[in-house]
Every structure is written in C-alpha cells, then in structure tokens.
Design a protein around this ligand. Structure first.
Ligand code: ADP
Length: 724
C-alpha cells in the first residue's frame, strides 16, 4: 500500500469517518428493520448486509493499521505510544464490557423470543383458529346450500315468464346479490340481479354444472365481478327436476376481513416457522454486526482521542528531550483545541523562549567577561610590576609574567599553588611570603620593602598589597603588587655615597700636596739656621706633617676607590685558589702569624673580578688583624664552603677571628661608609667589601661568635654553559 494511502487510513479525518459511521448506523438500522419485516424488506437485507460488511471491513482496516503502527511505535518507545496504548486499551475495555454484556443478554433474549413465537401452544392455537374458521364457514355454506335448495323447490311454475317474475321475489327474499336458473344444458332460463342493468348472470365455470348434475351441490367463496368476496351456491333440484339454481350471496364484511386476516396470520406464521433458523441467524448476525460496529467506533474514537491527547504530549516530550540536549530553539505547534494541553504547550514555548534569551544573555555576559579578562591579562602582561592575586585561602589565582619573572617562578609554580607551597618549594621567597602573610590578616592596604637572597644575589622588592573588595561580596582575597628595586636602590645608594666620597677626596686631596710641600720647605729652610734644640722640634713636626699627609693621601685614595666605579672585568675564578694565593702573599711577607685557612669548595667557580675580590680579602683580614693587635693567641680563620639550597649553589667565604668582636651598637650599620671606632679609621673598609660582594651578586653579613667576630659572604656558584 502506498504510504499516502496508509496515512489516510491512519488519520482519515473526522468527516469521512463520521460519514462512514452514520452510513453504517443507518444501514444497520435498516437491516434490523429488514430482519423484523421479512416480507417487505427482505430483498434489501442482502445488499444492506453487504454494505454493512464493507463499512465494517473499512473500519477494521483503519483500526488494524493504527494498531500495527502503535505496536511498532510502542516497541521503539516512541513518545506518546504508551499513553496511546493505554487509552486505546481503556476505550476498548470500557466499550467492550457493557456492549458485550448487552450483546450477550440481547442475543439470549432474542433467540429465546424467537423460539417462543413458535411455541407448541401458539402453533396449536393457530391451527385451531384456522379449523374453527373453516368449520364456521362450512356450516354457513351448508346452510346456504340448503336454503338455495328450498328456494329452488319453492318454485312452482317453471315457465319462463313465471320464472322471470318469481326470481326477482326470490332474490329479494333470499337477500342474494343475484339468482339465476340454468337449464340442463347450462342455458340461462332466468336471472335476477341486485343490479337492474345487469342482464347476463355471473356464469359458473363449466365443470361446476357437471358436478352439480352429478349430485354434488357447489358452494364456494369467490371474488365477485367488482372485487368483493361472494358466496356462490349452485344446486340441483332436490325433487329431481333438471333445472339448476345459482344464488350469489354477499359475505359479511367483518367475517371476510377476519377470515382473511386469520389466513394471513397463519400464512405468515408458517412462513416464519419455516424461516425460523435463518431468522435467528439474521438477528444474531445483525446484533453481532451492531456489536462490531460499536467496538470499531469505540476504537476509532480511542485512536482519535489518543492522537488528540498524545500529539501535544509527544511534542512536549520531544521538546523537553531537545532542551535537555541543549537545543533551546524548540517551538512546539499549538494544539487546535484551547485546553490545558494547549496551555501546557504554550507555557513550554514561553519557557524555551525565556531559556534561550537567558542563555544568549549569559553567552553575551560570558563574552564580556572573557573580553574583560583578556583586556586585564593584556594589561597585566604589559606591566613591569609583578601582580599576584591570592584567594582567601592564600591560593595563587593570578600571577602576571612580571611577577613570575621577578620571583623567578615557572608557570607551573603558579597554578593552584598556595603561599605555603610556594615557600616550601622556593625557600629564598620565605621573607617575601612572611611579609605578605603578615599583612594579609590586617585587611588594609600596605607597603613594605623585602630583601631576598637568592640564586642571583640580593634582591630588594618594594611590595604593596590590598584586600580585594567588591560591593556586596566579601573576602575575595588579596592582591600584591611588587617591583624589583634592587638595582635602583643600589644605584641610588652607591651614587649618593660615591658622590660624598668623591667630594671628600677632592676637597681633601687638593690641600694635601701644598701642605706636604710647605712642611718640607720649612724643614729645608729652617733646619740649618735654627739652634739644635729648635731644629729637632721642627724636624719632628715636619716629619709628622709629612707622615700624616701621606696617611691622608692613602685615605683619600680609599675614598677614591669607593667613589670610583671601575668597569668590572668578570671572569671565572676558582675561589679556593684565589684565597690560597692571597694568604700565601701574607705568609711570604711575614704577616701570616695566626692565619689559618680551610678551603672546602675545591673546583667551585664564581664569575668575578679577581682584583676586587682580593681587595675584599685584604680588607677583612686587615680588620681582623687590627682587632687582634697585641694578642699572643691571635687566630684568624679564612674558610670557604659550598652551600646548596634547592635552587642555587653558593660559595660561602668567611673570616673569623678571636678578637673582641663587633661593638653591639654598631652591628646594624657596619657596612655603611664612615662607620668606624678607630681613631685613624675611615669606616670605608667594610663598605667597600659590601659593595664588591654585591657587585658580584652576593650578599654579606657580620656577627659575633663565641670567640670573636665573624664576617661571611655568599657568592653564587658559576656553572660554565655546557653548550659553550
Ligand atoms: P675601619 O677599619 O677604617 O674602621 P671598617 O669599615 O673596616 O673601617 O671597620 C668599621 C669598624 O668595624 C671598625 O672601626 C671596627 O670597630 C669594626 N670592626 C671591623 N672589623 C672588626 C673585627 N674583626 N673585630 C672587631 N671589630 C671590627
């Protein structure tokens, strides 16, 4: 079957189905009429039956197509199939139960009713009534024969004229319609009729004459010339004459009607009795067809109702599934009928519309957020300051490239790490982490300077922070901004001190030479002219002046060397070897008393300027020697050691002595220029040492030990580039 035809069978539309149902109903009604009035409509029964069967087959095909499709959809678990199945089953049940019960009892009543028509009693009563009717008719006719015989016997004169006269009287007397006398050959001797215009009598059939002459009088019901029932009596002369008398009597209208009806009824009864089985069959058939019709109509109605109910439900189910899969563009067709389902569907449509709008809005705001984030990232990326955002749990949320560069972090260090983890992985950041932590709790803006000692030396960070606050939200975390100001600070300080040193050197150096020259001239001019006593005084005084000027010149040179910022000439140096060389110099010059050396970083190299590093050693050893002056047990220990932390390796250079140690109040300012306790001291020794160590990316500190003073410096180990 073509799919179009199949579809038309499945959804035939209300009008054709309704028309079919009406036609079927009318046909069934006519059929039941035909069954009841078998005489009149029986010819219509068979065509009606055919029509009904045809209609029922059409309905059955429709139902079958729908059922087959429903089974398929049920198996596929199509939306709405279960509801349809349930509705159809319910309709079938609801219609089948009462219709079935009615059918069962109706059929029973009908069959019993038909049987009761042909009851034995009724059968006998029918026959008896017929016999009775016959008997009464017979009696009546016999009387009429007798009477007619008497009439014939009463006719005395048989002449034609007399007969003509007496026949009229006889007719009136007998109350007959017509009387006629026939001769032996059947010739008419005379006649008298109620109708005066009628001249010829109503002749009997020929053989009646023979029968009557044979001695058997005739009486019989016949249809008269004008269509009414009449009794014809033909008798022979009881006295032996040759003439025959015919009298035609009218019948009583009532009797005729009754006997006719009786006859009719009897005929019908026998006919029905004969048709009894086929009657039963046709009644049962009609009833069964009515039942089938009811069932089919119910099923068709069920499918129609289910379609009406489930179509929107299936639509909604389909729509919800689509929404669940993220398709918010679903708009369902509105059902034709304005009911709760239509409301549901329109609500669903409104809902998907809103969800789609909300999704679009969310997507738009997401885009805006993305754009904002990208913008922020670009800005942060371009910043030279490090920016780190922390969440309330001290976890790193963001760290811009500058922050990673300043803190020397890898990108992997940043993602998802917290401050504690950062500190554990990078111990050199401990100071920074501590400073940040200190200020986190305060919830206020802060600024602090943090000095880190790390792989590439000392690093001074200027940090600032602020809690992240948003209106309506609290505790979003903290943002820390920091700059590496190491070079800046050093440059500033160095520039400042350098300037001071340069000026001092300049101011002092200029008068020194004239002073020295003047003193020497004084000695030269006066020494010979003065008495011996005075000459000795002048000699001593000028000597002192020249000596002090020399000392001042040396001091000025120190200033100059601090102020000067000669270009570093860094080269790989094995520090142990350098230290050993310097100490050998001391020993060979006879100044090695109490000098001890412990070198524990053999082979380790640093990148540096050997001249300047030698100066560091000289300054430190000189300080120790000055602190130990005059002591018999003087001991100066110069040591190197390799120190490693997880990230970097250092060589630690230390100079220990067993002197009096640093004065307590000075510890904080030791490395500043012009800080000295010595009368002839410049306070530049340690300042220059610090400057050189820092120029090498190292750090230096000083403190007192159990024996005396200790100055230690760390210089980062230089690893030759493997490729180079
Ligand atoms: P100067 O030697 O010209 O005083 P320095 O900068 O070398 O300048 O030293 C500063 C001061 O530090 C000294 O004056 C001294 O008081 C103290 N000092 C340095 N080294 C030692 C040491 N080894 N023991 C005790 N004090 C020291």
């Amino acid at each position: 079957m073509a799919p179009g035809a199949l579809k038309r069978l499945r959804h035939p539309g209300i009008l054709p189905v309704a028309a079919l149902l009406v036609i079927l109903f009318v046909a069934l009604d006519l059929m039941s009429g035909a069954v009841q009035n078998s005489e009149q409509l029986s010819p219509a029964f068979v065509p009606l039956l055919a029509l009904v069967l045809l209609g029922l087959v059409a309905l059955a095909v429709m139902v079958a197509v729908n059922v087959v499709r429903l089974v398929g959809r049920y198996r596929r678990q199509a939306a709405g199939s279960r509801l349809t199945a349930r509705i159809v089953a319910l309709f079938a049940l609801i219609s089948l139960l009462p219709v079935g019960v009615v059918y069962y009892y109706s059929l029973g009543f009908l069959l019993r009713g038909i049987d009761s028509w042909f009851d034995v009693e009724i059968d006998r009563a029918m026959t008896d009534a017929l016999t009775l009717n016959q008997a009464s008719l017979d009696l009546n006719q016999r009387l009429l024969v007798k009477y007619t015989e008497q009439l014939l016997a009463s006719i005395e004169d048989r002449s034609a004229t007399a007969l003509a006269l007496s026949l009229g009287n006889l007719r009136r007397q007998a109350d007959a319609l017509e009387v006629a006398i026939f001769g032996p050959g059947g010739q008419v001797y005379g006649t008298a009729s109620e109708d005066p215009t009628k001249l010829v009598p109503d002749l009997p059939v020929r053989e009646l004459f023979h029968r009557v002459r044979g001695g058997e009088n005739y009486v019989g019901l016949e249809t008269g010339s004008s269509g009414e029932l009449v009794v014809r009596v033909l008798v022979a002369d009881p006295r032996g004459g040759d003439n025959l008398l015919q009298a035609i009597f009218p019948t009583s209208a009532r009797i005729t009607e009754l006997s006719e009806r009786l006859e009719d009824a009897y005929n019908r009864y026998t006919e029905l009795a004969y048709l009894r089985q086929s009657l039963k069959l046709s009644f049962s058939l009609t009833l069964s067809l009515v039942l089938l019709f009811g069932l089919m109509a119910a099923l068709i109605a069920a499918f129609h109702t289910a379609r009406r109910l489930t179509a929107p439900v299936a639509d909604i189910a389909r729509g919800t599934r689509a929404v669940a899969e993220g398709d918010y563009e679903q708009q369902l067709p509105l059902p034709k009928h304005d009911d709760e389902l239509a409301f549901l569907v329109s609500s669903f449509n409104a809902m998907t519309r809103r969800v789609a709008q909300a999704r679009d809005a969310a997507a738009r705001s997401q885009q805006a957020v993305e754009a904002q984030r990208a913008y922020l990232e670009t800005v942060l990326g371009r910043l030279s300051s490090g920016v780190i955002a922390l969440d309330p749990g001290e976890r790193l949320r963001t760290a811009n490239p500058a922050a990673q560069h300043i803190l020397r972090l890898e990108t992997s260090d940043v993602a998802g790490h917290d401050l504690a983890g950062l500190e554990a992985e990078h111990p050199r950041l401990t100071r920074w982490v501590e400073t940040v932590r200190e200020h986190l709790a305060s919830g206020e803006e802060w600024r602090a300077e943090v000095t880190l000692f790390g792989g590439e030396g000392r690093q001074i960070l200027m940090c600032g922070g602020s809690p992240l606050l948003m209106p309506g939200a609290q505790g979003l975390g903290h943002v820390v901004v920091f700059d590496d100001i190491t070079t800046l600070i050093m440059a500033q300080r160095d520039a400042a001190w350098g300037e001071v040193a340069r000026r001092l050197a300049h101011e002092i150096k200029n008068p020194l030479t004239p002073i020295q020259l003047s003193a020497e001239r004084l000695r030269h001019k006066l020494l010979a002219k003065l008495p011996a006593e005075d000459a000795r005084i002048v000699e001593r005084a000028t000597h002192t002046i020249v000596q002090q000027v020399e000392a001042m010149k040396a001091m000025v040179n120190d200033f100059s060397s601090y102020a000067r910022t000669p270009r570093m000439e860094p080269e790989p140096i094995e520090l142990d070897r350098l230290v050993a060389e310097v100490l050998d110099l001391y020993r060979s010059a006879g100044a090695g008393a109490g000098l001890e050396v412990r070198l524990a970083a053999p082979g380790a190299q640093i990148k540096g300027d050997p001249l300047r590093l030698r100066q560091v050693l000289h300054n430190l050893i000189k300080n120790a020697q000055e602190a130990l002056e005059g002591r018999a047990d003087a001991c100066i220990r110069v040591a190197t050691a390799l120190v490693r932390d997880p990230e970097t390796a250092y060589i630690e250079l230390s100079v220990d002595d067993n002197g009096s140690g640093f004065e307590e109040g000075m510890l904080g300012r030791l490395f500043e220029p012009y800080v000295t306790t010595k009368t002839k001291g410049t306070g530049l020794g340690l300042a220059i040492v610090k400057k050189i160590i820092e120029e090498h990316g190292g750090m230096i500190w000083a403190g007192n030990t159990a024996e005396g003073a200790r100055v230690a410096a760390r210089l980062p180990v230089w690893q030759p580039d493997p490729v180079a």
